[in-house]
Write a protein that binds this ligand. Structure first.
Ligand code: FUC
Length: 753
């Protein structure tokens, strides 16, 4: 099984370039023949500095906004919200590019047909190779190779340029940055930039940062000429690239980038390329090799851009498997323990004013970014999200007090590296108090995948409790009923027919809070604490408005049957279908009527959406066990209009959530689970009749390998961390008794119905 993205030509656009990353450092590798360009990122380089955007006008106006919404005066509520309820500033900080490293080569015309650029997902190495014409070389006499990787083992980016002909390598290297600062003019051993970040929306820039590029040349010479390093007559050149900022925590920018760079540099002097490569590949494979997927043969003979254009023909199931592995690669590269969570663009951003700030949008996008790690056997990659909610429980507590007079903590629909949690962007988008609750419900699901280990439950308990306390404080009785509702809120980001998005008790909030309260009760019970609060949460849960089916047979998005009268009936968000996926309150077996209504809603909404909207729909169709439909939607994703040449998801320009959501969707077509049962091939399309999946994780702390032929599961292997019984649905249903840490294999062909 090949794990390569490959191309016959260099990148001309940023979205042709190949990403490498180690969670902290990222680079986009362009692979030009005359000019190599590495666009560089460091995950803590954001605009602004510590800030707390509470607005003192919010709380005094909250009761009035509530009253206006409950009276159906939505436009008045909207105007008052816009004027007084938003955070100050009402926009957040953005993720920033650090710089660019350029190599200008003296000889630069590749022999036709000799050029190949590739990214090997299994090793995490981007390689460019070509032969050179001219300058006296015979064809093929000089083969040039560039290898780039971002090492998690040694925490740096490595670029090696080499030539098969001793002494034939000549280039000039230089560095720039879009951030304010200066290039240091030093000796010929490297290039350095020292700079400061930008302020934004009235929040001053408070970070300093540095980029260090060290160069070691084998054979030939290197000299400094002004801002450039000039290499002549060399055989190979090794660049070690490191970056650091003064960011320490959301409220602390007192770190010393100089000291950080120096500390890492001192460890690197002794390391040669082969050692660096071996360290990197071992660390990468330790994650990457944990899952293997084979959906059948494909067109790995074609360059990846041509495979994307060809996917609709149906002869390339292997591209769907590659898409899963690419999602896993992007996760390993952009989110590791101790680093920042993956942003809307992972850790790859070249713009100082990126779309949506390249930050964390928490009304679908941040959550979707983390749908993949659990099933895809990368549970460590959830760590940055756990660290995030630990921060948000602090910053969001101040926001909860200031804007709602509530205890606990809140995050609305966005956050940034400074862990701002206020309502931003505008009344139509920002005034949605359940972003933090969704994250906690998702992290509780993560504990299920992990088999609910006590240490993890203990760690999540504080943020979970805070999210519950906030929810209990802000729920208000709906006049004339026994219901408790969120108000003001919205159903992200859909406008209802009355000139606003603002409403009371949108379906998604009720679903999220049902999950949150249930999660808290389970956690409190497991730890044997907070019985009273747990009872209060369960009592409130009973009073959340139940699901409703509307006049078109659809699942209502709001308490009232407004769905057919909205201005955007094909809206990309499908918020009320949270209960079907990622939630499990709606299911074909458990709530068939609601499942039929959810299906109707999905049909009305339509499959045509931007990248992440497609990613969500694949998962939803998978939960409805509609393999063909899920596959048809996957074909929309794996097409030139939604996937760039480098397989980045196009939410024009680029947003990584579609990559993660799409990859998770493919796994959801193959395996679904509760803590007691797994379903194998619940939504298998006819296009993937034969295959294997090894190392996939299921809820209950279970790892599975299985194979199928003619669309039927032939065998399954189950590995559980503890003794347990598992029900396996795979055409027929069997019950397996697994012993802790012992592989249990079952052949379906031999089993009884
Ligand atoms: C949500 C979406 C947009 C975009 C943004 C980052 O607001 O509605 O489409 O993905 O997040």
């Amino acid at each position: 099984m090949t794990h390569e993205l490959w191309y016959k030509k260099p990148a001309t656009e940023w979205t042709d370039a190949l990403p490498v990353g180690n969670g902290r450092l990222g680079a986009m590798v362009h692979g030009g023949v005359g000019r190599e360009e590495l666009q560089l990122n460091e995950s803590t380089l954001w605009s602004g500095g510590p800030y707390q955007p509470t607005n003192p006008e919010a709380l005094p106006n909250l009761a009035e906004v509530r009253a206006l919404i409950l009276a159906g005066r939505f436009e008045d509520a909207h105007a008052l919200t816009q004027a007084h309820l938003l955070a100050k500033p009402y926009l957040q900080m953005s993720y920033q590019p650090a710089g660019n490293l350029f190599l200008d080569f003296t000889q630069h015309e590749a022999i036709a047909g000799s050029y190949r650029r590739q990214l090997d997902l299994a090793t995490g190495v981007a390689t460019t190779r070509y032969g050179l014409l001219g300058s006296g070389f015979e064809p093929d006499a000089a083969q040039f190779t560039r290898q780039v990787f971002a090492s998690a083992a040694d925490d740096l980016i490595v670029l090696k340029v080499s030539c098969s002909l001793p002494g034939a390598l000549a280039f000039e290297a230089w560095l720039d940055s879009p951030q304010e600062g200066e290039l240091l003019v030093g000796d010929a051993s490297g290039l350095s930039y020292r700079g400061r970040n930008f302020g934004k929306h009235g929040v001053p820039g408070q970070l300093s940062f540095g980029i260090d590029v060290h160069l070691r040349v084998e054979g030939g010479s290197v000299e400094r000429r002004g801002r450039r390093l000039v290499v002549r007559d060399a055989t190979s050149a090794l660049f070690l690239i490191d970056m650091a900022t003064s960011f320490t925590r959301f409220d602390d920018v007192s770190g010393d980038p100089e000291a950080r760079l120096a500390a890492r540099r001192s460890k690197l002097v002794a390391l040669d390329f082969d050692t660096l490569l071996a360290n990197h590949v071992a660390a990468h494979r330790a994650q990457f090799d944990r899952l293997d997927i084979d959906l059948g043969a494909g067109r790995s003979d074609l360059p990846t851009d041509e495979r994307i254009a060809n996917f609709a023909t149906g002869d390339d199931p292997a591209l769907a498997a590659l898409y899963v592995q690419y999602g896993r690669y992007l996760m390993i590269s952009s989110s590791r323990p101790g680093t920042q969570p993956t942003t809307l663009q992972g850790i790859w951003n070249k713009e100082t004013r990126p779309p949506w700030g390249s930050k964390y949008t928490a009304n679908i996008n941040l959550q979707m970014n983390y749908w993949l790690p659990d099933p895809a056997n990368l549970p460590d990659m959830m760590e940055p999200v756990i660290a995030l909610v630990e921060d948000l429980a602090i910053t969001g507590a101040e926001m909860a007090r200031a804007h709602y007079g509530a205890s606990g903590w809140v995050m609305h629909h966005n956050t940034d590296i400074w862990r701002a949690t206020g309502p931003v962007d505008g009344a139509a988008w920002g005034v949605w108090p359940t972003g933090g609750a969704w994250l906690m419900a998702q992290l509780w699901d993560h504990t299920r995948f992990e088999g609910r280990p006590e240490e993890l439950v203990r760690r999540l308990y504080g943020p979970l409790k805070g999210a519950v306390q906030f929810a209990l404080d802000i729920l208000v009785p709906l006049p004339g009923t026994d219901y408790l509702v969120t108000v003001p809120s919205i159903s992200p980001e859909n406008r209802h027919p009355f000139g606003s998005s603002l409403c009371a008790g949108p379906t998604m909030d009720n679903q999220i809070l049902r999950d949150l309260f249930a999660a808290f009760a389970e956690a409190a019970e497991q730890l044997g604490v907070d019985a009273e609060l747990s009872a209060a949460a369960l009592a409130a849960r009973q009073r959340l408005p139940e699901h409703r089916i509307g006049k078109e047979g659809q699942l209502q998005e709001w308490m009232d049957d407004w769905d057919m009268d909205v201005p955007e009936i094909h809206h990309r968000h499908v918020s009320h279908l949270y209960g079907l996926y990622p939630g499990d309150q709606i299911g074909l077996d458990t709530t068939p009527e609601l499942a039929a209504a959810a299906r109707r809603s999905l049909e009305i909404r339509g499959d045509e959406a931007t990248g992440w909207g497609i990613g969500w729909r694949i998962n939803l169709w998978a939960r409805l066990r509609e393999g063909e439909r899920a596959h048809a939607v996957l074909q929309l994703l794996l097409s030139p209009s939604r996937s760039y040449a480098n397989l980045f998801d196009a939410h024009p320009p680029f947003q990584i959530d579609g990559n993660f959501g799409g990859a998770a969707g493919i796994l959801e077509m193959l395996v679904q689970s509760t803590e007691d049962a797994v379903w194998l091939l619940p939504a298998l399309p006819a296009n993937w009749p034969k295959g294997t999946l090894r190392g996939v994780r299921a809820r209950g702390g279970v790892e599975l390998d299985f194979g199928w032929d003619n669309g039927e599961v032939g065998w399954v292997r189950v590995l559980s961390a503890r003794n347990r019984d598992i029900t396996v649905h795979a055409g027929r249903t069997i019950r397996l008794s697994a012993l802790a840490n012992e592989v249990m294999q079952h052949e379906f062909s031999a089993s009884q119905c």
